[in-house]
Design a protein around this ligand. Sequence first.
Ligand code: NAG
Ligand code: NAG
Ligand code: NAG
Ligand code: NAG
Length: 231
Amino acid sequence: MPPTSIFSGTVLFQFFNLTTSFTEPNFSPFSSCDGTFSCGNIHSLSYPFTGGNQPDHCGPPEFHLSCVRNSYPKLTVNSVVYRVLEVNLTGTSLVLARSDLWNNTCPTKFLNFSLDPNIFYSDNGQNVDLTIFYGCSSSPVLVQQQNRFYCDVGGVDLTDSFFIIGEVPIDSIRNGVTVPFLINVGAELNRSLLPLAEALMRGFEVVYSDPYGDRCDECGRLDGELGYSDT
Ligand SMILES: *[C@@H]1O[C@H](CO)[C@@H](O)[C@H](O)[C@H]1NC(C)=O
Ligand SMILES: *[C@@H]1O[C@H](CO)[C@@H](O)[C@H](O)[C@H]1NC(C)=O
Ligand SMILES: *[C@@H]1O[C@H](CO)[C@@H](O)[C@H](O)[C@H]1NC(C)=O
Ligand SMILES: *[C@@H]1O[C@H](CO)[C@@H](O)[C@H](O)[C@H]1NC(C)=O
């Protein structure tokens, strides 16, 4: 066992290349974490992102992606699945879209936004909220006719469905879902330049932050390797 963890009760291990001071072969359990994850149009993702064949201990579970039919990566958070449309490692931002609402205005289940704002922060000035109400005859605010649509959810006819861009009184969200939207997409939608189903495929931006990041910086400074363990 390498003896060099300097953090007590920490989730990150450190391994140093002290080749001269060990008689045993220099072994790191994170050597299988070398390499990057690519899927569809998204290439060469590295820590904190992991995916594909990389074992779970290569990065925090919050950033674990899987590749859907070799065409796009997905991120699953509290049973809500998000398609990853863009990743900007420099700007530490992602563009995500809800899988259940991909080209689909009538999901079979109503799932709220589920991302932890401490890790995936969407209130960064790039997005506006869109709230979709299903089967509601009354609305907390005036709804324009072009924002109303027909929805058949699992054989139940929810004729009175509509969406509202921007803030709505939070108490009024019952049969509804709230998703963030890119501001420019919201503006196009509001001006009826874009159908709702298409707008839902443009996604929203989140700024991500690795909750274990400061420990990683320390580790990198000490020339260690990065990995993750929940113990
Ligand atoms: C990535 O983010 C940085 C910093 O916010 C920004 O300058 C850059 O233009 C972004 N890159 C892309 C491809 O959007
Ligand atoms: C969205 O759905 C419509 C209607 O089912 C279909 O014609 C269109 O090709 C779909 N678009 C995408 C990008 O999947
Ligand atoms: C979504 O969140 C709102 C506000 O917290 C809540 O009132 C509503 O019941 C939630 N909807 C579902 C389907 O969980
Ligand atoms: C949407 O458009 C209406 C009428 O054109 C306007 O009153 C409203 O402020 C707009 N809402 C948003 C969120 O842009």
